[in-house]
Design a binder for this molecule. Structure first.
Ligand SMILES: C[S@@+](CC[C@H](N)C(=O)[O-])C[C@H]1O[C@@H](n2cnc3c(N)ncnc32)[C@H](O)[C@@H]1O
Length: 215
C-alpha cells in the first residue's frame, strides 16, 4: 500500500539518526510539553513508536492516545513500547480510512505530510481538522525548503530521499507540499515554531480557532 513503511520499519530509526542525528527526534520531543494533562492525543504516522515512551516521560499517566499507522510492522514495534500509565489504542489503517467521530485535544503528524501528493495532503488535512476540538493543538513536523540558507543541499537531500523511497516503491510524493497555507486558511494560531538541522526541519504548534467550522 502507498506510503507504507513496512519494508524499512526495522531500520527506519537507525536511518533517521544516521542522516539527521537527533534533529527529527528533538523536533518532536520539544512539542510534547503542549499536551495537556489528561488529554486525548491522535498520533498519525508515529513510526516505531519511540514517541510513546517520550510522552510517558512527561506524562506518566492519564494520556489517552490513538495511534494510527498504516504499517503493520511499525505498529508491532510500537506495541512493545513502555507507555507507563497512559492508554494507547493502536489502529492499523491509513488515516484516510480512519472512521471515527471522536474529537481530540491534540493531533500529531510528525513527518507525515511529506509522504503525500497534493490531493492526499488536502484530504488528510481536512479529515484531521474535523477531528480536532475547538482550541485543540496540532503538532506539525516536516521538512521545509522555505527557510533561508543551504537551499541547494536541502533540495538535493530531499530529492535523494524521494528517489530512495520511490525506488523502494514506498512514497508517492515527488515534491514537498507546504501545509502552512491550510492552517492559515482555517485561521489556526501559531503558538510556537522551531527550526532544526540548519533550518531544514520545521516544527510548529498550531492552535485551532474556537469558532473553526467543519469543512
Ligand atoms: C517518515 S515516517 C515518520 C515516522 C515517525 N513519525 C518518526 O518521525 O520517526 C512516516 C510514517 O507514516 C506512516 N504513514 C504513511 N502514510 C500514512 C497514512 N496514510 N496513514 C497512517 N500512517 C501513514 C508510515 O508507515 C511511516 O511509519
Amino acid at each position: 500500500m502507498l506510503n507504507n513503511y513496512d519494508k524499512i520499519a526495522n531500520i527506519y530509526d537507525k536511518l533517521s539518526r544516521l542522516i539527521y542525528g537527533k534533529a527529527q527526534v528533538n523536533a518532536q520531543i520539544n512539542q510534547l510539553k503542549f499536551i495537556p494533562k489528561g488529554g486525548s492525543v491522535l498520533i498519525v504516522g508515529g513510526g516505531t513508536g519511540w514517541i510513546l515512551e517520550e510522552i510517558s516521560k512527561i506524562h506518566p499517566s492519564g494520556i489517552k492516545i490513538t495511534y494510527v499507522e498504516i504499517s503493520a510492522k511499525m505498529i508491532a514495534l510500537s506495541k512493545v513500547r513502555a507507555i507507563s500509565g497512559n492508554s494507547v489504542k493502536f489502529v492499523n489503517f491509513a488515516i484516510e480510512q480512519f472512521d471515527s467521530e471522536e474529537l481530540f485535544d491534540v493531533i500529531s503528524t510528525p513527518f507525515l505530510f511529506d509522504n503525500f501528493n497534493a490531493s492526499r495532503s488536502e484530504e488528510v488535512f481536512y479529515l484531521l481538522h474535523n477531528r480536532l476540538k475547538p482550541n485543540g493543538l496540532w503538532l506539525l513536523v516536516d521538512f521545509t525548503l522555505k527557510e533561508k540558507g543551504g537551499k541547494w543541499w536541502k533540495w538535493m537531500l530531499l530529492k535523494s530521499m524521494y528517489l530512495f523511497f520511490r525506488l523502494l516503491k514506498i512514497v508517492e510524493a515527488k515534491r514537498l507540499i507546504d501545509m502552512e497555507p491550510y492552517f492559515l486558511t482555517e485561521k489556526y494560531t501559531m503558538l510556537e515554531q522551531r527550526l532544526y538541522y540548519s533550518r531544514f526541519i520545521k516544527s510548529t504548534v498550531f492552535k485551532k480557532h474556537d469558532e473553526c467550522k467543519k469543512a
